[in-house]
Design a protein around this ligand. Sequence first.
Ligand code: NCD
Length: 317
Amino acid sequence: MPTGPRHLVSIADLDATEIVKILDHGDRYWALADEPIKKLTSLRGRTVMIVMFENSTRTRTSFELAAKRLSAEAINISASASSTSKGESLLDTGRNLEAMHPDCVVVRHAYGGAAALLARTARCAIINAGDGQHEHPTQALLDAATIRRHKGSIEGLEIAIVGDISHSRVARSNILCLAKLGARIRVVAPWTLIPRGIELIGGDVTRERVTICPRLEDGLEGADVVMMLRVQHERFAGEAPRFPNTRELSRTFGLSERTLAYAKPDAIVMHPGPINRGVEVSPQVADGPRAVILQQVSWGVAIRMAVLERAILGDES
Ligand code: NCD
């Protein structure tokens, strides 16, 4: 019995079973990248619209590649080429796109809640590719897939998420996802970059599993996974300064070979990109043997294939 379209707006909407199902589904596509012919046919004749109201390199490309590897038609729309710059509302843009009968709309928008707003009335599946500072669910899923690949299981791992937590949708989705999968999470940043109540975003699940560490060395001590985040300067407009300057932040919260030594000897280093080399992570670490940053990008395609199939085919996928 087909279940029809399924939105993916937020990790908060998924339980652990559903998350593991998507990760297992993505596992099926990991090895496809090594095949000479990478094309499958499950979404033949389907249409995926990828609508980016904010800049994107990895997310847009990997959604497009994922759609094409499943034989769907993928159409890219960027904000500068769309009618929002002429004053059209998000809902009107959504209604007009839907009038062309896509099977799925992937949307990135600066407004937290944009994907949820579209999903309220959409007949096709809506996938959130990042909404403001709120969530970036497919990033968290590909991060979980990468961690699973290296560590076997996520349950019981000590995971440090370091950097500009305040402005990061990646941090919020990862905290929810990793806590649901049983990890313990250290949120590592100066107090001014930690949103008040962050440990409560997932209710009891996160309250019991999230610790705040305002000192880098404490946050890294014995960690299995170190996830670094960029300072998202584009979201600081109109705010009072949160730290003296980038050089000082880099000196106190940057990941170098010296600070990485606090983590477990087999700890992996992650980053969602784009990296600011020499700011949040040194080039030696970013290019070193512990970094799995480019594998995260590879997982992005496999996980987004799974997410597109789930969205369009529902339980048939
Ligand atoms: C992130 C984003 O856009 O939220 N990047 C990504 O999707 N890989 C993080 C960032 O921009 O720093």
